[in-house]
Design a protein around this ligand. Structure first.
Ligand SMILES: [Zn+2]
Ligand SMILES: [Zn+2]
Length: 277
């Protein structure tokens, strides 16, 4: 083939090809409750993926999805890191997380100190190699964000009070992660964040520092005036998806109560959203 023809072919073929293999799009895939996978090309992360309690109210991880994660079956393969928001049974099960990390020795985990303590307590045979991949986020309320880098991930973490503050769960370390994948897509996961604006106002510089393309928000922040304020004024992401939704909420938006009108929420394990960069 002559060079001119090759150049022409490349000119027309490349954009279509790179689009087709997904190099320039990224997305989120619902696991269950607050469990979500975010993927951009080969870079993939999981938030709150392994837990055992739904309290009868929330989706549990379907067996086939958990099996695919453990077996590394596409699209649930090639995970770089998992992020645990807090040590509650509808977000985190120490034994399952440890089993997964043993199964996949390239995966790192980030979790609040409370959850890491539980991991160690549940597994006194944990090796130094395993513990070296489990990164404890040791943060007080209102203290400055922590930053980490791991391969194509830039990770920021801040502690925001758990919902119910100050009456319930006030000592629960709830971590809000903001993760940038390959310097391009930035995703925030709010765990079980409370709606009080005082938790967010003290971190104003942090919210301003980087815009999130996507925020994964516990749905109660989308349904109350207090919650809407912090989502709009502080979190301020390009897209917001509600999670931690009752499993009784219909998958079909047309069948939902009016309060969900216009809200994008995850209800069906495995469902996806995708965006072009
Ligand atoms: Zn919780
Ligand atoms: Zn929860």
């Amino acid at each position: 083939m002559n060079l001119r023809r090759l150049a022409l072919l490349l000119l027309f073929a490349l954009p279509a090809a790179s689009h087709a293999d997904g190099d320039h799009d990224w997305g989120a895939r619902y696991i269950a409750n607050a469990g979500v996978m975010v993927e951009r090309g080969d870079t993939k992360i999981l938030f709150d993926p392994f837990f055992r309690d739904g309290f009868g109210l929330y989706d549990l991880v379907p067996e086939d999805i958990e099996a695919a994660l453990f077996d590394g079956v596409s699209p649930w393969d090639g995970i770089d890191a998992i992020f645990i928001s807090h040590y509650h049974g509808d977000h985190f099960h120490p034994g399952v997380v440890t089993d997964y990390l043993r199964r996949w020795p390239s995966v790192h985990a980030y979790a609040p100190q409370q959850a890491v303590d539980a991991l160690i307590a549940a597994d006194d045979g944990a090796s130094d190699e395993l513990l070296g991949r489990i990164h404890a986020i040791d943060l007080e309320r209102d203290s400055d964000a922590l930053e980490f880098e791991l391969g194509g991930l830039f990770i920021e973490a801040v502690r925001i009070a758990h919902a119910g503050w100050p009456r319930r769960h006030s000592d629960t370390e709830n971590i809000v992660y903001r993760v940038t994948l390959d310097d391009s897509a930035t995703v925030m996961h709010l765990g079980d964040a409370d709606s009080g604006r005082e938790h967010y106002e003290v971190h104003d510089d942090y919210w301003q520092k980087r815009t999130s393309d996507l925020a994964l928000v516990p749905v109660w922040l989308m349904l109350s005036e207090k919650g809407k304020h912090v989502v709009d004024e502080h979190v301020d992401a390009e897209h917001e998806i509600g999670m931690h939704v009752y499993k009784s909420i219909p998958d079909d938006p047309a069948e939902r109560e009016p309060k969900f009108d216009g809200l994008d929420i995850f209800t069906e394990p495995g469902e996806t959203r995708r965006w072009e960069e």
